[in-house]
Design a protein around this ligand. Structure first.
Ligand SMILES: *[C@@H]1O[C@H](CO)[C@@H](O)[C@H](O)[C@H]1NC(C)=O
Ligand SMILES: *[C@@H]1O[C@H](CO)[C@@H](O)[C@H](O)[C@H]1NC(C)=O
Ligand SMILES: *[C@@H]1O[C@H](CO)[C@@H](O)[C@H](O)[C@H]1NC(C)=O
Ligand SMILES: *[C@@H]1O[C@H](CO)[C@@H](O)[C@H](O)[C@H]1NC(C)=O
Ligand SMILES: *[C@@H]1O[C@H](CO)[C@@H](O)[C@H](O)[C@H]1NC(C)=O
Ligand SMILES: *[C@@H]1O[C@H](CO)[C@@H](O)[C@H](O)[C@H]1NC(C)=O
Ligand SMILES: *[C@@H]1O[C@H](CO)[C@@H](O)[C@H](O)[C@H]1NC(C)=O
Ligand SMILES: *[C@@H]1O[C@H](CO)[C@@H](O)[C@H](O)[C@H]1NC(C)=O
Length: 311
């Protein structure tokens, strides 16, 4: 008998406490739905951030965890494997960003050498006829025969010593050249866009071309939740990620927060509950005790069906 009275008291008391606390929070946390926040224009320089990107003034729940950008002196930067890329353009209808290597922008000879690498489950670079250019460093130029013209040569002054470097479009390196390049101590591959790939593919390409190609950058197409996001947008929602399980997609709508799109009407009680928690999580997260109060019941097994962002 006793446990059942206790349980029903808790069952009764909890919604009351919840309502009271939420009511006061609703007063102090107005206009803070994820739908509104993720719809705000956040800019760095000329670039407006949109899903899956987030960073500076755009919270993580408006993006995908792997797509964080930083903003330095009005330049949006994407970091991958120790390399900073300047974001030059972003197109959400083609799901592409145009980025350029920041380390090779001023000269071809950075102190630390890195390939252009990106996570191929998140991005695709095999698009629009893009090609790699290989940059070879610290080459032994006292070879009897050098199989390519001096226009492919550049000089590096790094770590206090002068060395010779060469570049060539990776996909058209002949075996003879490869033999020569074997006498270079280091090499990196960098992606360049199709127009510059074409110019660098003809005879007597110059370092000016290479310089322009690196300056112009290349495009990457993102694949993250592409279909989910299109569906969410079509239902007038805004794409983001679940607050508690950030790897899960979320669709933020004027009428609440959903797993896929704004037409998902599963569980109205659950939806309401989750929305309130999301609001508290997000905008009043400085109020730690309140956050903790709600965290436990939401994640508890008994309330699993009351979460709208179900796994
Ligand atoms: C995105 O790319 C498409 C296709 O190339 C183009 O028509 C559209 O104008 C671009 N959108 C923006 C905002 O640049
Ligand atoms: C320059 O020196 C650093 C540190 O000693 C080294 O890691 C780097 O590879 C060197 N760079 C080049 C281009 O030799
Ligand atoms: C690439 O991204 C996926 C999805 O976020 C992740 O699971 C994987 O570990 C990443 N791979 C590398 C090499 O970072
Ligand atoms: C560029 O080179 C890297 C390896 O360095 C390779 O993984 C990638 O597929 C190449 N991309 C293109 C478009 O050839
Ligand atoms: C450079 O190549 C020449 C000719 O093959 C060779 O004699 C010399 O030892 C090489 N120098 C270095 C530093 O490898
Ligand atoms: C770049 O990648 C190539 C193979 O794709 C590798 O041989 C080379 O050592 C890498 N360069 C650096 C600096 O990691
Ligand atoms: C959502 O519902 C609206 C109106 O009923 C409909 O026009 C739209 O196609 C639906 N969207 C999705 C993604 O189901
Ligand atoms: C609603 O829930 C049912 C059963 O849990 C599921 O099959 C259905 O796909 C859900 N609807 C949407 C739009 O997600």
């Amino acid at each position: 008998m006793k446990p059942s009275i206790y349980t029903s008291t808790v069952r009764f008391a909890f919604p009351v406490i919840l309502t009271v606390v939420v009511y006061f929070h609703a007063i102090s946390c107005q206009e803070t739905r994820p739908f509104d926040v993720c719809g705000e224009t956040v800019q760095c320089g000329d670039i407006s951030l949109e899903y899956p990107f987030w960073g500076f003034d755009r919270p993580a729940y408006c993006g995908h965890p792997d797509f964080q950008l930083t903003c330095q002196s009005n330049v949006p930067l994407l970091s991958y494997e120790s390399v900073n890329y300047r974001v030059l353009d972003m197109n959400t209808s083609t799901h592409t960003i145009t980025i350029a290597r920041n380390d090779l922008r001023a000269n071809f000879c950075p102190q630390f050498l890195y390939n252009t690498s990106y996570n191929s489950t998140l991005f695709n670079g095999h698009i629009f006829g893009q090609r790699n250019v290989s940059l070879f460093y610290d080459c032994n130029t006292s070879m009897p025969q050098i199989p390519l013209g001096s226009t492919y040569q550049f000089t590096c002054d790094v770590n206090g010593s002068q060395t010779d470097g060469y570049f060539f479009r990776s996909d058209i390196i002949t075996p003879g050249m490869a033999n020569f390049f074997a006498h270079c101590k280091n090499h990196i591959d960098v992606l360049i866009n199709q127009p510059w790939a074409a110019r660098l593919g003809v005879k007597h390409a110059t370092t000016d071309y290479l310089w322009s190609a690196l300056w112009d950058g290349f495009q990457l197409q993102w694949t993250a939740n592409k279909d989910e996001c299109n569906q969410c947008i079509r239902s007038n929602g805004r794409c983001g990620s679940d607050l508690t399980s950030t790897h899960l997609f979320a669709c933020y709508c004027a009428n609440g927060n959903f797993r896929l799109n704004c037409n998902d009407s599963n569980g109205s009680r659950g939806k309401l509950f989750s929305n309130l928690v999301v609001g508290i999580f997000t905008f009043c997260s400085d109020k730690e005790p309140v956050r903790r109060l709600f965290e436990t019941p939401v994640n508890g097994p008994k309330n699993h069906n009351s979460r709208i962002l179900v796994t």
